[in-house]
Design a protein around this ligand. Structure first.
Ligand code: F6R
Length: 244
């Protein structure tokens, strides 16, 4: 628990940079799983700062994003491709072909095959070293909404009503929020060597309490993280306020 999101995000940024530098020093690649949304933006700011001021290089980093709305054009205002470019990738030296974000333009009949390939690419890269996560008020991680199975893989899912409400302002009205998304599965996330879940603000306090102190259950997919042997929950004081 950190005093605020800025301090916590600097800490997370440093942890990621340390791993990249350790791996660079022995000529190894670093495989990172990234999230979008408001939660990780200050972590990305910190990575950009270290790139600009401290020579942190991303030449040997491979990234996989958790999710993308479906359907979604990459140029759209709300696309996660645009989000990642604006918040991170346009500002660092990562080679374009080392970035992976689920493609929201795939034809529906090809999505299952596409998702299988996405899983395979993560495997081929050597698996995720660190997966960054936010958490939705439904308890979703990625877009694994309530009802998601612990061994689920990358797939097309239907977004929960609460998630669509929370996204309404980004889309200028709930009716314009896509009903579906492609997301890495719970199983995909749990396969990461290390998981860092972050949450800020009092709005997340109830779901953080359920996630950390509640029983593991399908209704709150984030509780599956309790089974992981290297998962950290990084909070500001406001999101931690309901914890006993
Ligand atoms: C985003 C993602 C979601 C968000 C969650 C929290 O790629 O997978 O699980 O992390 O909805 O969103 P924010 O950070 O906007 O509160």
């Amino acid at each position: 628990i950190f005093k605020d999101a800025t301090t916590a995000s600097k800490h997370v940024g440093e942890e990621i940079a340390n791993l990249i530098q350790e791996n660079n020093s022995v000529g190894q690649t670093t495989v990172l799983g990234f999230a979008t949304g408001s939660t990780p933006t200050q972590v990305y700011d910190e990575l950009i700062r270290m790139h600009n001021e401290e020579g942190l290089t991303f030449q040997n980093v491979i990234t996989f994003n958790l999710d993308e709305y479906f359907p979604m054009e990459p140029e759209s205002l709300q696309s996660y491709v645009r989000f990642m470019n604006e918040h991170l990738f346009n500002h660092i030296d990562i080679p374009e072909d080392q970035v992976h974000i689920p493609d929201g333009t795939i034809a529906e009949e090809d999505v299952a095959e596409y998702c299988k390939n996405y899983e395979q690419k993560i495997q081929d890269a050597g698996g995720l070293d660190i997966q960054l996560l936010g958490i939705g008020r439904t308890g979703h991680i990625g877009f694994n909404e309530p009802g998601s199975r612990p061994n689920s893989g990358t797939r097309l899912i239907t977004l929960d009503g609460i998630t669509r409400k929370d996204a309404a302002s980004d889309f200028f009205g709930e009716e314009y929020v896509p009903r579906r998304a492609i997301t890495m599965g719970v199983g995909t996330i749990l396969d990461a060597d290390r998981i860092i879940m972050m949450a800020w603000g009092e709005g997340k306090a109830p779901i953080i309490k359920e996630t950390v102190e509640g029983p593991i259950r399908e209704r709150v997919p984030a509780t599956y993280l309790q089974k992981h042997n290297n998962a950290q929950v990084i909070l500001d004081e406001a999101s931690a306020e309901n914890l006993t």
